[in-house]
Design a protein. Sequence first.
Length: 120
Amino acid sequence: MPADSKKIIGSLDLSQFNVIDCDSYGIPFDVMQRLFQNKSLCDNTVIIYTAITNRLSGLNAGCLKMFGIRKIYKKCPSLIAANALDMFYGMLYNYAVKEVTFYETHGSFVKHYGYFRYKK
């Protein structure tokens, strides 16, 4: 069944899962935000993610809003997009994620394959 995870993650009962994989094309900023806002997300759930970006990648609305950069992003999107991974990890930090483990690859895109344990 095809579905948009951003639209359904808030309504899922996540208490049934101890591992969640957030793998989207790009940086899973919106998915992670909705995941953290889901009250059924349990302590010690392992969250796996893939974050892919380059200077030409776009940033989603959740990121622009969280960091208050909507106006400047409209003026120079590639300059701001160059910091997408830093903003992704800043968002995780804002949700009390203090330790992540990731593997990084470089090419035309920078890719981070990582995980962390969610703590309430």
